[in-house]
Write a protein that binds this ligand. Structure first.
Ligand code: HEM
Length: 210
């Protein structure tokens, strides 16, 4: 795609494909997971030809896709998210300007401190969910231990669910102009200046391409 005027590429095709595979698989896991976890929601299995059995099988298979997709997410975003710098500490002190009025929100690179924290939480819970999921699928441990894996898996749903609701809100209505990052990949320079000014300076100086 040719570079539109006044817009700047913020997310490569690779990043966008990884994002939507990760997001799609994660949402599918939530939906089918609720169908497996709660009797009152077991009707979700009726949407699958083959019913509950196929829903469980697909939950496990999509779990593998989610597990692999996160490895690509590490390649796409790991270098920009798995650390905090001085500006990030300042960002946390004012909570990014989201919770109360602040004069100036500290500058961010490609991702702000909140997004970095989201990625780190995702990393931790990717490990927990995939790890517990595998041993729930193949229960090689004693039943008492396997039961605790179920508890940990359910706890992961609660934590990830909370973070994803916030991620969804901030990526759409909460920050107008952001959703297009994961659509066509371009943002306006004004948006970049407001949300990731350090990154914009680096791109304009040729220190990084995206
Ligand atoms: C379906 C609803 C979703 C929407 C609307 C959405 C929207 C977005 C947007 C707009 C960005 C770019 C933010 C930026 O560059 O400033 C982004 C980044 C990202 N999204 Fe999503 N997303 C969704 C679901 C998910 C899910 C389910 C996951 C994970 C399982 C996920 C993981 C990520 C990650 C890791 C990033 C990279 C930056 C970061 O750490 O925040 N997204 N998303």
């Amino acid at each position: 795609m040719a570079k539109p005027k006044n817009l700047i590429l913020s997310s490569t095709v690779f990043e966008r494909v990884v994002h939507w595979v990760l997001a799609g698989s994660c949402l599918f896991l939530f939906l089918t997971g609720f169908g497996l976890m709660f009797h009152s929601l077991s009707f979700i299995g009726n949407f699958f030809p083959g019913g509950h059995y196929i829903m469980k099988l697909l939950h496990n298979i999509v779990g593998i896709i989610f597990g692999i997709a996160f490895l690509f997410a590490l390649i796409a975003w790991g270098k920009d998210t798995l650390y905090f710098d001085e500006d990030d500490k300042k960002w946390f002190r004012v909570m990014g300007g989201y919770l109360w009025e602040v004069e100036k929100v500290p500058e961010a690179g490609k991702f702000n401190a909140g997004q970095k924290m989201f990625f780190m939480v995702l990393f931790l819970f990717w490990f927990i969910m995939v790890g517990t999921g595998i041993f729930m699928w193949f229960p090689i441990f004693p039943p008492e231990l396997t039961r605790w894996l179920y508890v940990l898996h359910a706890l992961g749903v609660v934590v990830l669910g909370g973070f994803l609701v916030i991620h969804f809100y901030l990526g759409t209505y909460g920050n107008p102009g952001t959703f297009q990052v994961m659509g066509h990949g371009y943002v306006t320079k004004g948006w970049a200046k407001k949300h990731r000014s350090k990154w914009l300076r680096d791109v304009e100086a040729g220190r990084r391409s995206v």
